[in-house]
Design a protein around this ligand. Structure first.
Ligand SMILES: [Zn+2]
Ligand SMILES: [Zn+2]
Length: 97
């Protein structure tokens, strides 16, 4: 049996989702995100949670940006190769280019 961190006589019914402190029925703070020991722990938990989601979102944006960058680089290489071939007269006659 575990006891409340603030009330050693009271049986703990829940643990804080953020700091893991044992809580009795009187101490638990419940909101839409779970059970916490205080509003401060709830705020802290949400802050940590949303920060990790934001980092993941940035990673996805950077990946798509890199893919776009490679496509642009490929287009530039193809255009450069085309103009180099045309400039040096290396394109076959009668190709219509
Ligand atoms: Zn807590
Ligand atoms: Zn308590």
């Amino acid at each position: 049996m575990d006891y409340c961190a603030k009330h050693p006589q009271a049986a703990a019914t829940h643990r804080c989702r953020n700091c893991g402190a044992w809580l009795c029925r009187e101490c638990k703070f419940v909101d839409g995100n779970g059970v916490f020991c205080s509003a401060a722990c709830s705020t802290e938990y949400i802050k940590n949670h949303s920060r990790s989601e934001a980092v993941g979102g940035q990673g996805r944006v950077m990946k798509s940006g890199g893919r776009l960058g490679r496509l642009v680089l490929l287009a530039i290489l193809i255009a450069a190769a085309y103009f180099a071939l045309k400039h040096f007269g290396l394109l076959p006659e009668g190709l219509g280019l």
